[in-house]
Ligand binder design. Sequence first.
Ligand code: GAR
Length: 190
Amino acid sequence: MTQRVAILISGSGSNMVSLVKAMRAADFDANPVVVLSNNPDATGLQKAKALGVATEVVDHREYKGDRAAFDAKMHDVLCSYEPDIICLAGFMRILTPKFVDNWSGKMLNIHPALLPKYKGLDTHQRALDAGDTVAGCSVHIVTAELDAGSVIGQTEVPILDGDTAETLAARVIEQEHKLYPSALKDFITR
Ligand code: GAR
């Protein structure tokens, strides 16, 4: 059965674009049903519209720190699209355990580090500061603990002399765009 996929973004949505394009290619039994953002100014929303995907905004600022109410609204909006799978793609809000429980085993995230290393933010700078020689990206199943669920796909990239967080991020995100569609496909056909 074709899987209905919701994608959550907060910013530029480049991973969302790679997911949508991959799902629309042949031999991918999934369909993007909605792109939801917590940020009304996320440039990814325009990209989703241009790709003909429905968009929704649940602006976290309107909930003034009430994460439970924000997540409950997101849950309701998402349910109206009847997704089978949720892909977090640069979604920069921490989700409540209740929200995660509601989609247990059905929610994926892409993280710009070789998990379990460098959970959270500033992954590239932390890898550089540690003197690492490799960096990369991971796709994992979302659990209530941040960036801690089972890793279902990972790609390494070299760290090169003279790298900055920006040059490293550019090398990693190129791989993210390949990894996320392939991990989603594996997840669907598992
Ligand atoms: C990506 O590098 C993604 O891995 C990262 O944010 C970027 C979003 O870019 N996600 C996280 O750091 C999650 N903690 P995009 O909006 O262009 O896909």
